[in-house]
Design a protein around this ligand. Structure first.
Ligand SMILES: Nc1ncnc2c1ncn2[C@@H]1O[C@H](COP(=O)(O)OP(=O)(O)O)[C@@H](O)[C@H]1O
Ligand SMILES: [Mg+2]
Length: 398
């Protein structure tokens, strides 16, 4: 199975490329989240993607949004591809609602160093690593580069959200956490901790971002925890981390995984999907770019192809407008561009999800020929042929 590592279409504006997900603008009310196969560990980007990981994470998040919609409304509009979901654009609340059921991770490191109050929650002395709290606790952080601990007073004092909305966020975060913990416990999984993000949509609180994925949560196997609570491993990434630690090169963890580790990691993600959702993970056997293209065209998110008319100065504008009019008869995306930065142009039009053809005006042809991997032509008929779309060929034959 090939990997989806990046989403690139000249028809849509990229809002943000995160460590794992690409966020794309559809319109003012809608954003598109593409969960790629990228993976990070030890806060480093790993160079080798994990096949199917994106589909697993997208599927798990959407499963949870659906399961918890009776507790709180969420941003989901529609899953349009195994890797891709359309969501409602909300005004994000700049707080990460972290819920923890066990003393572990960064909190344990702070505890070990003598810290007892975390985001306003005070815990007693004498606790041990990975010990369970009596009740899940809320340890919010700011939503910025360094995820700083912040307590309720700090949140309200900084005006990040109103007291009335914050009360709802606390209640909903704990309710969802408890619901999911019970659900997963029956499947032998401990939901150790997680992070929720909320937003406002027409003034109403909704939950956004992702939910209970291995990228936003920590999971342990209940069996492993019972056997050896202080040494229990995270069920998704621990395997990759251990391999990286035992294969250091000059004291540094490797950022390229070997095929065996990639395949095993991919399988582990799929197993998590199966356990959580109770469904068997399945992805149609087809190159991901082809599948994504067909699904997005079908969903009306993309036109089936792009023709870019490239000028070297604005004196060619009337010629470009004439070509644009000619092409308006076809259901395509036609773009007029000025050749300024060829690197930018090739980043936009090479390696896209959809077919692209270029019409070169003025003196742009030699530069375009040298840098573009898509057909470069001088008229609309050749551009249409260059797209090599079945529907267009039929139209041209007529
Ligand atoms: N429905 C939504 N409306 C507005 N913003 C959202 C919505 N869902 C997610 N986001 C925002 O999109 C961003 C996604 O970034 P992410 O993929 O997590 O990258 P990073 O690796 O930088 O955290 C987050 O800032 C999140 O708050
Ligand atoms: Mg994030």
């Amino acid at each position: 199975m090939d990997c989806l590592t990046k989403f690139n279409s000249p028809q849509l504006k990229t809002l943000h490329r995160g460590k794992v997900r690409d966020s794309i603008r559809i319109d003012d009310q809608t954003r598109m989240i593409v969960v790629t196969d990228r993976i990070s560990a030890f806060n480093k980007k790993i160079k080798t993607p994990i096949p199917t990981k994106g589909a697993v994470l997208n599927g798990i998040a959407n499963f949870w949004f659906d399961q918890t919609k009776h507790i709180v409304d969420n941003h989901i509009i529609q899953q349009v591809d195994d890797y891709i979901t359309l969501v409602k654009e909300a005004v994000p609340i700049r707080v990460e609602m972290v819920v923890r059921a066990y003393l572990t991770g960064s909190m344990w490191r702070g505890y070990e160093a003598g810290q007892r109050t975390f985001s306003g929650v005070t815990v007693g002395d004498g606790m041990v690593k990975n010990q369970r709290f009596e009740h899940p606790i809320l340890t919010p952080t700011t939503k910025d580069e360094d995820d700083t601990e912040i307590d309720e007073q700090g949140i309200l004092g900084a005006g990040l959200v109103s007291a009335a909305i914050y009360d709802q966020m606390k209640e909903k975060a704990l309710a969802i956490f408890n619901f999911a913990s019970t659900f997963l416990r029956d499947r032998g999984i401990i939901l150790v901790d997680t992070k929720y993000e909320f937003g406002l949509l027409n003034g109403q609180l909704i939950i956004i971002d992702e939910m209970h994925t291995p990228d936003s949560s920590r999971f342990w196997s209940a069996d492993d925890y019972a056997k050896n609570p202080t040494a229990v491993a995270q069920i998704d990434k621990e395997f990759v981390r251990q391999w990286m630690l035992s294969n250091k090169v000059n004291g540094e963890v490797p950022l390229v995984l070997i095929p065996e580790i990639i395949a095993e990691t991919s399988n582990r993600y799929q197993e998590i999907y199966n356990t959580v959702t109770g469904q068997v993970f399945y992805l149609v056997d087809m190159p991901s770019k082809v599948r994504v293209y067909h699904n997005l065209v079908k969903a009306g998110v993309l036109k089936s192809a792009v023709v870019a008319i490239v000028m070297d100065d604005l004196s060619q504008k009337s010629e470009a407008a004439r070509l644009e009019k000619e092409l308006a008869a076809y259901d395509l995306c036609v773009q007029l561009v000025l050749l300024e930065d060829i690197d930018e142009l090739s980043a936009t039009y090479n390696q896209t999800i959809e077919p692209v053809a270029i019409i070169a005006l003025g003196q742009t042809q030699p530069t375009l020929d040298a840098h573009m991997s898509v057909p470069v032509t001088s008229n609309s008929k050749d551009a249409l042929r260059g797209l090599n779309l079945h529907a267009l060929r039929t139209a041209l034959d007529k």
